[in-house]
Unconditional design. Structure first.
Length: 109
């Protein structure tokens, strides 16, 4: 199966459906969103492709949360940008790399 091409609109619909299901009391998962996703987008993704997208979003969310909490990154909520300079980024990535080497994780930025 080829890798799914996630257009920005597909991502928005996917997130909206996840939020809707959470508000209905359902746990995150693809069983409740596969059919509505197809109906709203016309895109035929498999459950596995939706699950992979969910898993990727969770990883990206965790990375983003760590970045926002790091004062060196200088998150500006008004502009939705980071004010970190090149040296700040290099330091952050170095620390993350050392952490991953020491604890055996995989760093995916």
């Amino acid at each position: 199966m080829p890798k799914a091409a996630w257009e920005p609109e597909y991502h928005r619909v996917f997130v909206d459906l996840c939020v809707e299901q959470k508000m209905l009391g359902n746990q995150p998962g693809t069983q409740h969103i596969l059919k509505p996703f197809l109906q709203r987008t016309g895109a035929r993704f498999t459950r596995n492709q939706l699950k992979n997208h969910w898993d990727t979003m969770i990883k990206q969310w965790k990375i983003w949360c760590r970045l926002v909490q790091c004062s060196d990154m200088q998150w500006d909520p008004q502009t939705n940008t980071f004010g970190a300079n090149d040296q700040d980024w290099a330091n952050y990535l170095h620390v993350q790399f050392i952490f991953c080497v020491d604890f055996g994780c995989f760093l995916s930025l």
